[in-house]
Write a protein that binds this ligand. Structure first.
Ligand code: DAH
Length: 330
């Protein structure tokens, strides 16, 4: 038996100890065999032998428990050692991401209009004909629908071609006065140097009673906004046409690349077109059931702003996910 006690003493891990325990104390173990032999012992000897066996069993059990505790402590210590983290160790800086230039430009645009008390509204990307066209004074077969090549679904729904439908949704779910912008993706069947099938717009709309909104208000807010975005530029308004505004205008800033002298980017005109705007057409107010109000609206392309601000010449590079482009904006 001494041999087994030594084995317990020398066990190196919990696994070995467990196999010794089974060998000694298990149902078919050595001690069970010794107890079985009791029936052959002379009755006078039996109590003595049984007592010795019980004492041996108690001794082994105690030894096993002590060894187990010791081995567990050892194992814990080993794990703590091996998993120790040296927090003072030098580690090279990890990879740092950056905001996509379209996102940072959008953030800046939103920041301006929120500071002017405009709310930020959203609408669905899959729109119906009423919100995307009809209510915006673009009846079926109106030639101006061709200005925007549309992705249609089979059920007559479509991918919105501009953020203007959110004007309609906001006017139909709220009451004037309204001051809102609506940023988000829009979709058109277009793909070249300056067009991608998905891009981002910000729509703006202000509606109030007739005596409180004028074209001068529109000029003020857009002028202030463009100076916020582009710094010290000159601004001009060119008469234009949009079905949902009357009168309508396009807004140019003096070319930020040549300061208006004329260069490749501005096609030697000295001007860059950045916005569409106008006074809300009465037909639009009629479509949403508004009376005795006046309003102005504007719409802009976020990628165009981002390209001008960051001097990016090919719009498509913004959507190729090339890390070499994104790394420049860290
Ligand atoms: N929806 C126009 C577009 O996609 C942009 C626009 C122009 C919006 C003039 C307006 C506006 O609200 O008044 O090209």
């Amino acid at each position: 038996m001494q041999e087994w006690l030594t084995k317990i003493e020398n066990a190196v891990d919990l696994e070995e100890l467990e196999s010794i325990r089974i060998k000694l104390l298990g149902k078919k173990g050595l001690l069970a065999a010794e107890f079985a032999k009791l029936k052959n012992v002379a009755p006078s000897e039996k109590p003595k032998v049984a007592k010795e066996l019980n004492e041996l069993k108690a001794k082994i059990t105690k030894l096993l428990a002590e060894k187990k505790e010791e081995l567990q402590q050892k194992e814990l210590k080993r794990r703590l050692e091996s998993e120790k983290i040296d927090v003072s160790l030098y580690s090279p800086a990890g990879y740092k991401g950056a905001l996509h230039p379209v996102q940072s430009t959008l953030d800046r645009i939103i920041e301006y209009f929120v500071s002017m008390n405009f709310s930020v509204e959203t609408g669905p990307l899959v729109e119906d004909d009423f919100h995307n066209f009809e209510a915006l004074n673009l009846p079926k077969h109106h030639p101006a629908r061709d200005m925007q090549d549309t992705f249609y679904f089979n059920d007559g729904m479509l991918l919105r071609t501009h953020t203007s439908p959110v004007q309609i949704r906001t006017m139909m779910s709220q009451q004037p006065p309204i001051r809102m912008i609506s940023p988000g993706p829009v979709f058109r069947r277009d793909f070249d140097l300056t067009h991608t099938p998905m891009f981002h717009q910000v729509e703006g709309l202000l509606v109030d009673s007739k005596d409180r909104v004028s074209f001068a208000n529109l000029k003020f807010i857009l002028g202030d906004f463009l100076h916020y975005m582009f710094g010290d530029v000159r601004i001009r308004y060119r008469p234009s046409f949009f079905p949902f505004t009357e009168p309508s205008a396009e807004v140019d800033i003096s070319c930020i690349f040549c300061d208006g002298k004329g260069c490749r980017v501005c096609s030697n005109t000295g001007w860059l077109e950045v916005l569409g705007c106008g006074m809300v057409d009465p037909n639009v107010f009629e479509a949403v059931g508004y009376e005795n109000v006046s309003g102005y609206a504007f719409g802009l392309g976020v990628e165009r702003f981002a390209m001008l601000i960051h001097k990016i010449s090919d719009l498509r590079t913004l959507f190729e996910g090339d890390l070499r482009l994104l790394e420049q904006f860290r």
